[in-house]
Write a protein of this length. Structure first.
Length: 247
């Protein structure tokens, strides 16, 4: 058995579609010995969210926009990424993996390529404890005593290595095997089908909300039901730059 840890970065996720600009991975054996690792950098064929290059932003992409644009797009890397994620005997892991699975799905759809089946365990859900382990990938590694000083956050291949180190440290702390972790985590094994189903459910929910709002408007004689604004537009923009969220 082999383990594949992967991470995806996107130029933006506007409209609920992740425009992939890097796919990083590390492939290991059952003892976490690294077999291979790479950062597959690609042209996202879109604008970059301005926030990703803002000076005070804590979420910075590892490369310049020019470097990303100089590379071939996802279509050129499709077969390689597919072969990694569907490699016989491999178990796939990510941190907040439902989003990363979604990025692969929407990338396939953008370029009219077949969506292939694969599933990834979500270490964000697995490696957690309300009173011990919490926070970002980097924070959880720090809590578990993992030294990642040699890695660059938000470089996809380094984030994949960080994810691998997180699982290794968690298994060591809890004195459990990866196999036992996987057996207890079937509810957070997210597949392409899971993502597509949740996306459809979200669309249906939004349609119901829109119909309800329209019916209320009509019942009130066309008056708009104004509500106070949250003042969190920037926070939503930051989140949209990194994830595909579900209601």
């Amino acid at each position: 058995m082999e383990y594949l840890f992967f991470d995806v970065e996107c130029a933006n996720c506007f409209g609920g579609v992740g425009k992939m600009c890097s796919f990083g991975y590390v492939l290991t054996d059952e003892s976490f010995n690294i077999i291979e690792s790479d950062d597959i950098v690609m042209n996202p064929d879109c604008e970059f969210d301005w926030y990703l290059y803002k000076n005070k932003n804590d979420i910075k992409l590892a490369y310049s926009q020019e470097f990303f644009r100089s590379k071939p797009n996802f279509q050129s890397h499709y077969e390689r990424i597919k072969s990694l994620l569907t490699r016989p005997g491999v178990k796939v892991f990510g941190f907040s993996s439902l989003n990363d699975v979604g990025f692969v799905v929407t990338a396939c759809e953008r370029y009219n390529l077949p969506v292939f089946d694969f599933a990834a365990y979500d270490l964000e859900r697995i490696v957690k404890s309300d009173d011990e382990i919490f926070g970002s990938l980097e924070e959880r590694c720090r809590i578990l005593g993992v030294d990642n000083s040699d890695l660059q956050a938000h470089k996809s291949s380094d984030d994949a290595v960080m994810t691998m180190r997180l699982l290794r440290a968690y298994c060591g702390k809890k004195a459990v095997s990866v196999e036992s972790v996987m057996k207890a985590a079937n509810n957070v094994l997210y597949s392409t089908k899971t993502f597509i189903k949740k996306r459809e459910e979200r669309k249906e929910k939004k349609l119901r909300q829109a119909r309800y709002a329209e019916s209320r408007k009509n019942s009130q004689g066309g008056k708009k039901n104004s509500s106070p604004k949250s003042g969190k537009a920037l926070s939503r923009r930051r989140q949209d730059s990194r994830t595909i969220t579900f209601d």
